[in-house]
Structure formats: C-alpha cells, structure tokens
Design a protein around this ligand. Structure first.
Ligand code: 13P
Length: 257
C-alpha cells in the first residue's frame, strides 16, 4: 500500500535577509498560500529574526524552524543556541547537518547525531541534511558517502532501532547548492530512493514509507514541478529562491498556479 506523504516546501534563509525585510517576506508568503491545502510550508530564519517572524506569521499555516542547535540543553557554550531555546522561540523544526555547517564549520555526522537525538528528545522535528560533493560524485562515491552520513548521523536512532516517522531528511548535493546547477529529477530520485531503502533496511518499511525526503539545491519555480513528479521526492529545501516571496510562493504552489 502506498502511504500518502504530505509535501513540504521549506525555506532556509541562511544568513539572510535583513531584519527589516523579514516581515514583508513572511506576509507575502502568508498571503500567497491563503486557503492552500495539502502542502506544509516552513521557514527557517536566522535566530535573531525568530520572534519577529513568529509575529508576522500570525494565524498563517507556516511552520517555524531553526537552522542549527547545540545538543546540550544549556551551559557554557558561547555563541550556541539549544533546542529548548528554539522551542521557547516557538520553533517546531530544526535543520541539522546542512552542508554549509559540515564544510564551513567542521560539523561532523557525530555531532549531527547528538543534535538529532536531543531535538527528538525535546519533540523538535529534525530536518537532517546529507549530500555529496562534486568530487565525490565524479569519483563514483555518491552512494557510499550518503550511506556513511546516514549511518553516522542516525547512530543513536539505529542503536534504539527507532526513527520517528515525523523525521525529515533532505538530500542536498553540495554541487547543486547556490550554483544554479540543479540535480536532474532522475539524479535526485535515484538518491532519494537509496535513502528510502536505507531507512527501510535500517528501521522498517512503515517508517520508510512515512519519512519525508526533501530535495535541496537550486530549486526554482521552473524546476519544482519536475522534481516533485518523482515518487521519492516529497518536497524541497529552498535557499536563494525562498528569499523572494513571489518565487517561494510559486514553488509552494507548483502545479496549482
Ligand atoms: P539554494 O536553493 O540557494 O541552492 O540553497 C539550497 C540549500 O542549501 C537549502 O538548504
């Protein structure tokens, strides 16, 4: 039996936009999705914008996520934010292990694992990112790299033999992020299928059928429909195009314009 997964379109704002532009951006999204059903919408602003964005969301159906967190609840960790703090700022989700954090800030799958565990313990839904570099793809190591990231980033889940079906994964090929070079729907589907099979083999078929796997990397209004037509692509994690209200709304409303 096919499990119907609700599509999710998530905007990762990264270190953008200015505080003064965030409110208008959220209002455009809120207006653009009014009455829309069947797709979950999320924005992940910088920490300093969370309160403002929550207020701007009002009663609109937009989930709020953090872009990172520390795995401890509190303590002497200068510059860090805990999962509990994200919850206090009304976040329901948190992006973990984004390639920019892995590559630019030396984040490892081992620390991602600690964060996944802490987030889940708190009831925050993790959006866990994996993806290969161009070098790795060209060396034919894509599946090997993804498997290693999955094994290590979900080490604790594996030990417990449990992945909550609400967990979200994101396949973000590093070579497609911010480059304008999108993975073809077939290239993305192949890896999404691989990830779903990994969930099935590591946990069980029911979980694999329910977990949503988002694609990220140069998603635009022009390519979203083709990506979403693939059976294992359940949504998108959008960077650049989520910073313009109109284009983000077009992505959310793909096929329903
Ligand atoms: P772009 O959409 O700008 O390529 O960024 C993708 C991304 O990293 C989302 O997390």
């Amino acid at each position: 039996m096919m499990f119907q997964r609700t599509a999710m379109i998530a905007g990762n704002w990264k270190m953008n936009p200015r505080h003064s532009d965030a409110e208008a951006l959220v209002k455009t999204i809120a207006q653009g999705i009014e009455g829309l059903e069947g797709v979950d919408v999320l924005v992940a602003p910088p920490f300093t914008h969370l309160a403002l964005v929550r207020e701007a969301i009002g009663s609109a159906r937009i989930f709020l996520g953090g872009q990172n967190m520390h795995w401890e609840m509190s303590g002497a960790f200068t510059g860090e934010i805990s999962g509990r703090m994200l919850q206090e700022a009304t976040c329901t989700h948190v992006i973990l292990g984004h390639s920019e954090r892995r590559i630019l800030f030396n984040e490892t799958s081992e620390t991602v694992d600690l964060k996944v565990r802490a987030a889940t313990f708190l009831g925050l839904i993790p959006i866990v990112c994996v993806g290969e570099t161009l070098e790795e793809r060209e060396a034919g190591q894509t599946f090997e790299v993804i498997r290693a990231q999955l094994d290590a980033s979900f080490h604790n889940f594996k030990a417990d033999q449990l992945m909550r079906p609400s967990t979200i994964l994101a396949y973000e090929p590093v070579w497609a992020i911010g480059t304008g070079r999108t993975a073809t729907p077939a290239q993305a589907q192949e890896v999404h299928r691989f990830i779903r099979e990994w969930i099935e083999n590591t946990f069980n078929t029911g979980t694999a059928a329910q977990v949503r796997i988002l694609y990220g990397g140069s998603v635009k209004p022009e390519n979203i429909a083709d990506l979403m037509s693939e059976p294992d692509i359940d949504g998108a994690l959008v960077g650049g195009a989520s910073l313009k209200g109109d284009s983000f709304v077009q992505i959310i409303r793909y096929g329903k314009a």
